[in-house]
Design a protein around this ligand. Structure first.
Ligand SMILES: CC(C)(COP(=O)(O)OP(=O)(O)OC[C@H]1O[C@@H](n2cnc3c(N)ncnc32)[C@H](O)[C@@H]1OP(=O)(O)O)[C@@H](O)C(=O)NCCC(=O)NCCS
Length: 194
């Protein structure tokens, strides 16, 4: 099969290098790859009711946390997804930022995140999303980043709009969660957006 278009990001471009660690613009935060020693934090995060509520995959046991971290490294190698720890500059974990469903041919991917309860309300998610967005659109070569959240998740909606992800519409009954089917807001940022 021959592509009729030039891929936005040629296959092999990302995985040719190690997954990058990316400082936030103000230097306070660092997006860094997950390490085996982050497993207890990952497992603890999934004891939080809000993180459990809005995610369909839970991490309930130490071996699940270790598997999740190992699979995040494989996802980078396969150019399918990128998972970062959101950390203070000294490395202390605060949350998770991800690019998933990566489609390199079309330069598309979806952002996802959570922040540990004690770190919320301090601009961690917004700054981490801005950091990811700069890397993805300005350096990695993605063309369009999507972000979907349940319509009821008003805080996530605020993170998205504050970070320049315009609301494009509502996908009806698009996501099955613990309490049933949810309508989802679709937000996106496209290369060249202000
Ligand atoms: C959604 C989440 C990632 C936000 O993380 P955060 O670091 O607290 O977000 P920020 O501090 O960057 O806040 C972003 C905006 O939301 C607002 N906000 C934060 N917490 C809020 C709350 N509980 N109620 C209302 N607004 C809130 C902030 O005030 C800020 O808006 P502002 O700049 O206009 O004041 C975090 O609450 C979380 O992990 N929730 C559980 C998991 C989840 O919902 N993940 C997203 C799934 S789509």
């Amino acid at each position: 099969m021959t592509y009729a278009i030039t891929p936005a990001i040629p296959a092999g471009t990302l995985s040719a290098s190690a997954q990058p660690s990316i400082p936030s613009h103000d230097g306070a935060l660092l997006l860094r790859p997950w390490e085996a020693e982050d497993a207890p934090v990952l497992q603890r995060a999934f004891q939080d009711p809000a993180i459990r509520r809005w995610h369909t995959h839970h991490v309930n046991a130490p071996e699940e946390a270790r598997d999740w971290i190992a699979s995040s490294h494989r996802s980078w190698q396969r150019e399918q997804a990128v998972q970062w720890v959101i950390a203070w500059a000294d490395g202390e974990p605060l949350g998770r930022m991800a690019l998933r469903w990566m489609d390199l041919l079309h330069g598309l991917a979806e952002c996802a995140y959570w922040v540990l309860p004690h770190a919320r309300g301090a601009g961690v998610a917004s700054r981490a999303l801005a950091t990811l967005t700069s890397w993805a659109l300005d350096e990695a070569g993605f063309h369009r980043l999507e972000l979907a959240h349940a319509v009821d998740n008003e805080v996530s909606c605020r993170v998205a709009t504050k970070s320049g992800f315009a609301l494009e519409g509502t996908r009806r009954g698009a996501h099955l969660q613990l309490d049933g089917w949810h309508d989802m807001h679709l937000h996106a940022r496209v290369q060249g957006d202000a």
